[in-house]
Design a binder for this molecule. Structure first.
Ligand SMILES: *Cc1c(COP(=O)(O)O)cnc(C)c1O
Length: 402
């Protein structure tokens, strides 16, 4: 039975395509098998070797394809494996236009790995469509977009970029990690490939590292399948199962976390110690209107700027609830410090040019009680503020730099 007419939540849960016909199990069987016996000498079954395909992986790949509205899904060993494999559709001499505040690992891949294969790139401020228009070269093949971007939540007008890219015969890749298909479906807006770090909201429990890709048409599907099978960065079977399970609760998790994120963003915006809050759900956010025109929620990730590193340190050291860690999109709130975590691969000058200063913190809002989270942020900010007032922060700064 096709799941096409169902709502998103039903598609997440509905198992009718997958019920194991032998046992009636409501969950997909985990096929721990690297190889598959072929019944006939000269006609092979649907699976032969797990790098090329596995029934458990297939369930996951079909689910994400359905959710994103694409023709085929692909599961990879990490978000970076999915992104890197998508870049392997390019050839030496090609050129990529890419969001300047892209995820640090993608930045590293493009600047340190693709360049070894003579694949060129230009970073642009994707919020400025004129800048995008001016970056095309005769050899440009892909426009790579992250929206909202990481960590400053810049918003790219997906339809606008697609229009420019199509006029130049280029593909559009979109990293949809922050929104997930619940809130944003780039293929419906004209993109060609959607990429995910499924490690984040899709898996949702900080227990799996995984990547997913979905493509819009059959030709690209064949090409990406060829890369997936040739390069071989496929997702392991138990992780396919765990990710598929995590995705069932995507909708309730995302909705609750996004609701709390809005409350927290407003609280931070009104706090005197906070210089700036970056969250597309705030009417003051430069991309607010564009975001609402292409997504159904502002999501669960926000960033904010404290005056300097020492205040950020005092704040972090006094927080009780959020994990201080890299990553995002989990049941627990995760606070991270982009300068030395997600964007450590970027040199300080590059970072600061992109607004990733030493006072910037990123918060991925989890499923804790929202009032508890606000109270925790409030008390840590108060201590950080007092530390500044008492001069202890300033004294430490002097001590460190002399
Ligand atoms: C984490 C992340 C990635 C990389 O994914 P991994 O699963 O860590 O390899 C890519 N893009 C974004 C936006 C991310 O947050």
């Amino acid at each position: 039975m096709s799941k096409k007419n169902y709502g998103f939540e039903t598609k997440l849960i509905s198992q009718d395509c997958y019920i194991d016909s032998k046992t009636g199990a409501v969950n997909p069987p985990v096929y721990y098998s690297s190889t598959f016996q072929q019944g006939q000498f000269d006609s092979f079954g649907p699976f032969d070797y797990t790098r090329s395909g596995n029934p458990t992986r297939k369930v996951l790949e079909e689910t994400i394809a359905e959710l994103e509205g694409g023709v085929q899904g692909f599961a990879f060993a990490s978000g970076m494996a999915a992104i890197s494999s998508a870049f392997m559709l390019l050839s030496s001499g090609d050129h990529v236009i890419i969001s300047e505040d892209v995820y640090g690992g993608t930045f590293r891949m493009v600047t340190k790995v693709l360049t070894k294969f003579q694949i060129q790139h230009t970073f642009v401020d994707m919020t400025d469509l004129d800048a995008v228009a001016g970056a095309f070269r005769p050899n440009t093949k892909v426009v790579y977009v992250e929206t909202p971007s990481n960590p400053l939540l810049h918003i790219t007008d997906i339809r606008g970029v697609v229009k420019l890219a199509k006029a130049h015969n280029c593909l559009v890749y979109i990293d949809n990690t922050f929104m997930t298909p619940l809130h944003q479906r780039p293929l419906e807006l004209g993109a060609d490939i959607v990429l995910h770090s499924a490690t984040k909201f899709l898996a949702g429990h900080s227990d799996v590292v995984a990547g997913l890709a979905v493509v819009k048409d059959e030709k690209l599907a064949d090409q990406l399948y060829f890369i997936q099978n040739s390069f071989g960065a496929v997702l392991g079977i138990p992780d396919c199962w765990a990710l598929h399970r995590g995705m069932k609760t995507l909708s309730v998790r995302m909705k609750q976390s996004s609701e709390s994120a809005q409350v927290i963003a407003e609280f931070l915006q009104n706090h005197p110690l906070v210089e700036e809050v970056f969250y597309p759900g705030l009417a003051t956010h430069a991309g607010h209107e564009i975001h609402l025109g292409q997504a159904t929620s502002a999501g669960a990730v926000l960033s904010f700027r404290l005056p300097n590193k020492d205040i950020a340190k005092a704040f972090v050291e006094n927080l009780e609830i959020p994990a201080f860690a890299v990553s995002l999109g989990a049941v627990e709130s995760i606070l991270s410090y982009p300068a030395t975590m997600s964007h450590a691969a970027m040199r300080q000058k590059e970072r600061e040019k992109r607004g990733i200063t030493d006072g910037l913190l990123r918060l991925s809002v989890g499923l804790e009680n929202c009032e508890d989270l606000v109270a925790d942020l409030a008390q840590a900010l108060e201590i950080a503020e007092r530390a500044v007032g008492a001069g202890t922060v300033a004294a430490r700064t002097v001590g460190r730099f002399i």
